[in-house]
Design a protein around this ligand. Structure first.
Ligand SMILES: [Zn+2]
Length: 266
């Protein structure tokens, strides 16, 4: 065998192993048999003292309402799992993840997602993740008037979330909505909102059996927003007003997990 062939064979082997690990990891986290391990890695998003302070004051318990939300919603679909997630807060990371391409071209996005996974792997030296751990990099920024934060994202391959959050204790509950949304992306949930943030009916609405024009008090988590009484698309105040809709439940494999657990199709 020539050296060139050997190299190609090795590369194919590495790719196959990576694909196998991705599959194994997804099977593990989507089985809903045990609490999900989640690590939160805070990053100073704008280099500001205020973000630095917010990070210094962070505690793992700041993310408790994400667990409470998941526990409650899992139970609504028939299973009691307490806790639903175990959050470990890691020390601040002094590097930022590679930014996604601005033009959204498919090729660039594929390249960037490989780059991101490689970057995450490089951070993993001693502390970071074992297989099956969801890695959420949370970048804290000082709120700037009406300037929107960069788009947060969650990747199923590699179980990676990059979340842009506000460095303001008053925003903690809404930050947790964004974190929960990206966490569910890593488990296979898709977005349920259209351009402009408008929830898609019916799957992006709480109580989808009601007609879309009726105002809601709750939001479907993968839409992240609800249409208020005043007809405005708004984010609810906290995860207490968020639900996991039937379509998201199917996407994150509640059905399969529960079937296996109870040995019944219904
Ligand atoms: Zn999303």
């Amino acid at each position: 065998m020539t050296f060139r062939r050997l190299r190609i064979l090795l590369l194919l082997g590495v790719l196959a192993a990576a694909a196998g690990l991705t599959w194994l990891e997804q099977t593990m986290v989507r089985s809903w048999r045990a609490p999900l391990d989640v690590v939160v890695i805070p990053i100073n998003g704008d280099g500001s003292p205020k973000a630095a302070r917010a990070i210094r004051l962070l505690q793992a318990s700041d993310f408790d309402d994400i667990n409470a939300f998941l526990e409650r919603e899992i139970e609504r679909y028939g299973v009691k799992q307490s806790p639903a997630i175990r959050v470990t807060l890691l020390p601040e990371l002094k590097q930022k993840p590679p930014a996604p391409p601005r033009d959204g071209s498919v090729l660039k996005t594929v390249f960037w997602s490989l780059q991101l996974r490689w970057w995450v792997y490089r951070q993993s030296d001693s502390r970071l993740p074992q297989l099956g751990t969801i890695k959420l990099f949370v970048l804290y920024h000082v709120p700037q008037g009406n300037v929107a934060l960069e788009h947060s994202l969650g990747l199923q391959k590699g179980l990676i979330g990059v979340v842009h959050a506000f460095a303001d204790p008053g925003q903690r509950h809404q930050n947790n909505i964004v974190i929960a949304h990206e966490l569910l992306h890593t488990l296979g949930a898709t977005d349920k909102y259209a351009a402009g943030g408008m929830p898609i009916y019916p799957q992006g609405y709480a109580e989808p059996e009601l007609p879309p024009h009726l105002p809601r008090h709750q939001a479907e988590i993968m839409a992240g927003r609800l249409v208020s009484r005043a007809g405005r698309v708004v984010m609810p105040p906290s995860l207490e007003q968020c639900v996991i809709g039937a379509m998201t439940a199917r996407e994150i494999n509640f059905d399969e997990g529960f079937k296996r657990r109870f040995g019944s199709a219904d």
